[in-house]
Each structure stands twice: as structure tokens, then as C-alpha cells.
Design a protein around this ligand. Structure first.
Ligand SMILES: NC(=O)C1=CN([C@@H]2O[C@H](COP(=O)(O)OP(=O)(O)OC[C@H]3O[C@@H](n4cnc5c(N)ncnc54)[C@H](OP(=O)(O)O)[C@@H]3O)[C@@H](O)[C@H]2O)C=CC1
Ligand SMILES: O=C(O)[C@@H]1CCC=N1
Length: 285
């Protein structure tokens, strides 16, 4: 397959907003073989535009600070438009580009909490839309993404959205009412894993390790455990048991985690994330 033919469509892919999340989608797409010359990104600030131009030679980047019509110009002739600004800006962005979208352009949102109904109300009638919940490990080919079709997206449009992500991760199709749960598990999930790495490094320092060494050990351990989990058929419980010798050291640590109710704490955190998404959906409807 050539670079050109592995592009998710024959037209352009346009990222409206290119920060942490959309840059990870972009990086995954390019790593999957899409020709950078078929991709456009927009941002607010010139500094960010320069950064992206430097990092992805050949990428067309338009900055709102340089051209107030950057977004409307970018979407002209696009096959796929990926909305990647903060949730509070999504509806306004839909309204801004509405007049410039072709009727068959597929709009994909990566935003948390902004519902299909809210976006469809701000887009032209009948516009194909797919709502997604990706995560930043797309940047390293290990993404986990949930997608859900809007009212006017059929099999073909859903497949286009799936192809946007599938070169750099796993994609699952879910009903829209499950996307807040996907967000709480895999959208926010990388932050939970990084939080664990931070806590492990701090624990190492408390036990007398030099901070740089503690951080290096924690990083390599979480990354190594992640790589083991990524193997076909890996079961986290079985992997944990393989490290836990009866009456050994790990067993003592896990017993402390269990006594402190760590699984329930993690469940409560995920519930709070999902509840916040539901609250934001209402606030920004
Ligand atoms: N971060 C994550 O891990 C995840 C984020 N998401 C979703 O992704 C979306 C973006 O979040 P995130 O990437 O973290 O946020 P960032 O702040 O990192 O990125 C937002 C980007 O949008 C640009 N931008 C803002 N307004 C405009 C505009 N009017 N026109 C063009 N570009 C604009 C910003 O430009 P500039 O840089 O110049 O300011 C920036 O590049 C959110 O809706 C979030 O819910 C979903 C899953 C995970
Ligand atoms: O924190 C947020 O709101 C976004 C959505 C999922 C991950 N980051």
C-alpha cells in the first residue's frame, strides 16, 4: 500500500485545533502512512503554528492570529474535519465553519461531553458527524478510541472515522450514551497511569533513592508493564499474580492497597470523571 492510498479518504483531512489530543491523532495518522501533504491543521497562535510546521514538515498549518478565516479556509474541499478544540469552543466552531463544509464532508469530534445533538444543531442539516473519545497514546501507536455515529453518518462515514484512528490504536464502536464511560476509562486513563508513575517515583525517594533514579525506575516499570499488557490476550490479574510470590514482598504491598480501598478509590475517580462529562454536556448544550 502506498502512502497516498492509506489516507483515510481521497480528500484532505483537516484538524481544527491541534493541541495535545488532535496532535496525537495527527501523529498517529502520519505514522500510519498518510501523506502529510494531504493534511491541514489550524490553531489559534502563531507560536503553536510554527511549532507544528517544524515538527511535521509539509503540513499545512493556519493560525487564527494570522488569518481570522483560518478555519473556514481550511475546511474547503475537506473529506474529513476533526474538531479538536476545548469542549466550550466546539459548538461555536461548528457554526463558524458551517457555511464552508461540503455536504459530504465527514465531521469527527474528539471533544469530551459535547453531544451529537449539540453539534448537529450547530452544523448544516444532514451533515455526517461522528463523535469520538480518543486518547493521547495514539501518538505512539497505542491509542484506545470509542466512536459513535451521528444521525446522518452511515457505515461508510463511520468507517472513515475508524480509519482516522485505527492505524495507531484500537477502535470500538459504542452507543453515544457510553462515551462518558469510555472517557472515564481510556480518555482520562493515561493520566491515571502517569499519576501512578509519579506516586511510585515519590515512594522511591521516601525509601532513600535519588530522585532522578527513582523517576527512571518508575517510568521504565510503568512502560514495561504497559508493554506486557499490550501483548495479545494479556490478563492484568494474571500478570499481577505472576509478580506476587506467596508470603513475599509484593503481597504485602497489594494487601496495603486493598486495605486502603484503592480499587474503590479508582472506581470513584472514574465515576467523578463520567459525572463531570454528563454535567458539561448539559452546561454546553
Ligand atoms: N488531552 C486529552 O488527553 C484528551 C482531550 N480530548 C478532547 O480534545 C479536545 C482538545 O483538548 P486538548 O488537546 O487537551 O486541548 P489543547 O488546549 O491542548 O488544544 C486545543 C487546541 O485548539 C486550538 N484552538 C483553540 N481555539 C481555536 C480556534 N477557534 N480555531 C483553531 N484552533 C483553536 C488551540 O490553539 P493554540 O495552541 O494556538 O492555543 C490548541 O491547539 C477537548 O475537547 C478534549 O475534551 C479528548 C480525549 C483526551
Ligand atoms: O480532561 C478532559 O476533560 C479530557 C477528556 C478526556 C481526557 N482529557
Amino acid at each position: 500500500m502506498t502512502a497516498e492510498t492509506s489516507t483515510p479518504s481521497s480528500g484532505r483531512t483537516v484538524f481544527l485545533g491541534c493541541g495535545s489530543m488532535n496532535e496525537a491523532v495527527l501523529a498517529g495518522l502520519l505514522a500510519g502512512g498518510t501523506d502529510v501533504r494531504t493534511v491541514t491543521a489550524t490553531v489559534r497562535r502563531s507560536e503553536r503554528a510554527e511549532e507544528l510546521r517544524g515538527r511535521y514538515p509539509g503540513l499545512t498549518v493556519l493560525a487564527e492570529s494570522e488569518d481570522a478565516e483560518a478555519n473556514t479556509k481550511a475546511v474547503q474541499g475537506a473529506r474529513l474535519v476533526v474538531l479538536g478544540v476545548k469542549p466550550a469552543g466546539i459548538a461555536q466552531l461548528c457554526r463558524e465553519v458551517s457555511g464552508a463544509l461540503a455536504p459530504d464532508t465527514v465531521v469527527v469530534s474528539v471533544a469530551a461531553a459535547i453531544t451529537v445533538a449539540t453539534m448537529e444543531a450547530a452544523l448544516p442539516a444532514g451533515q455526517p458527524l461522528v463523535r469520538s473519545m480518543p486518547n493521547t497514546p495514539l501518538k505512539v501507536g497505542r491509542g484506545a478510541v470509542g466512536i459513535s455515529a451521528g444521525t446522518h453518518a452511515g457505515t461508510e462515514q463511520l468507517k472513515l472515522a475508524e480509519e482516522l484512528f485505527s492505524g495507531a490504536g484500537t477502535v470500538v464502536v459504542v452507543p453515544e450514551d457510553q462515551l462518558d464511560a469510555v472517557s472515564a476509562v481510556s480518555g482520562s486513563g493515561p493520566a491515571y497511569a502517569f499519576y501512578l508513575a509519579e506516586a511510585m517515583a515519590n515512594a522511591g525517594v521516601e525509601l532513600g533513592l535519588e530522585p532522578g533514579l527513582a523517576l527512571a525506575l518508575a517510568r521504565q516499570t510503568v512502560a514495561g508493564a504497559g508493554a506486557m499488557l499490550a501483548e495479545e490476550g494479556a490478563d492484568p490479574a494474571a500478570l499481577r499474580k505472576a509478580v506476587t510470590s506467596p508470603n513475599g514482598t509484593t503481597e504485602r504491598a497489594i494487601a496495603v492497597f486493598d486495605e486502603a480501598g484503592l480499587p474503590a478509590v479508582i472506581a470513584a475517580g472514574a465515576r467523578a470523571a463520567a459525572d463531570r462529562a454528563a454535567q458539561l454536556s448539559k452546561e454546553l448544550a
